[in-house]
Design a binder for this molecule. Sequence first.
Ligand code: PHE
Length: 345
Amino acid sequence: MKEAIEQIYKELQDLKTATLKEAEEARVRFLGKKGEVTALMEQFRTVAPELKREYGQKLNDLKKFTLAKIEELKDAAEAASGPASASGEDLSMPGDSMPLGSRHPVSIVRQQIVDIFRKFGYDVAEGPEIEDDYHVFEALNFPPNHPAREMQDTFFVSTGHLNPLLLRTHTSSVQVRTMETQPLPIRVVCPGRVFRNEAISARAHCIFHQVEGLYIDKNVTFADLKQAILLFAREMFGPDTQIRMRPSYFPFTEPSAEVDVSCNICKGKGCNICKGTGWLEIMGCGMVDPNVLKASGIDPEVYSGFAFGMGVERIAMLKWQVNDLRHYFENDMRFLSEFSTATEV
Ligand code: PHE
């Protein structure tokens, strides 16, 4: 019996189980009805009376040791598999993480542009995307046969009457609506989606976004326009940014100009983003044509103003050097998630 007890101690000491099931099997093997320790306890009856005391003690110790060992094995197996709920799920398992969304790059840049002008005291105005010919063209001094009115540029919704409905080709229409309804002076930016019937390529898209601006007051001059654009450019592209203006033509402004900013990538030295020129075109602008003021009931003898308009995707391209416009419209998660850390002003 002595050897049998020692043998069991030895086995218990070396015993290793990986799972709860194995630990339970070990319990049955030693302490079950036909278990090894149970069998020894039964043999106790046959022990000589003078040895009963000694073996009673030994067997009790063995049973305690076995119970503790099995308990230890069960605890270890439980810890390894994590706490299980009553129905067997592992409640300690970390949840599936939900990827955080990010703002669309066009929204980020539009908000930055609007916030800069808001700081300068501009209000924000929005208007309908489906507009009439009057607000998109006629009130803006487009001559009757101006090519921009023709089908290749404009998506018409309904034609055949005097004031057809169309998808606005610029947000200047919102400026007209502002002049019609708001008291003077006016200082407003108009962000929004615009539509042009163009073939989609890396450089052109049939839908894009603009922020246009309008400032009307007494004694507004071209110098004010230049200053406003310079301040904007420096807020947007950095404090050392230079601007230059090239003469241009828009039916609704006179004089008109295109604005370039010094290339913030090569600092004006010339690179492939600015095509070696050191300058990047960012917007059109000019002094509001007196005909436009008159059309909205503003006296051009008393008031003058300037207007400007820029493409949001264009500014975004310059900011992030993403030079294919189509990326901004395809909603490819691989592209959009690049902007998850971009912050708004
Ligand atoms: N409306 C012009 C455009 O779409 C931009 C512009 C706005 C130019 C205001 C001059 C003044 O392209």
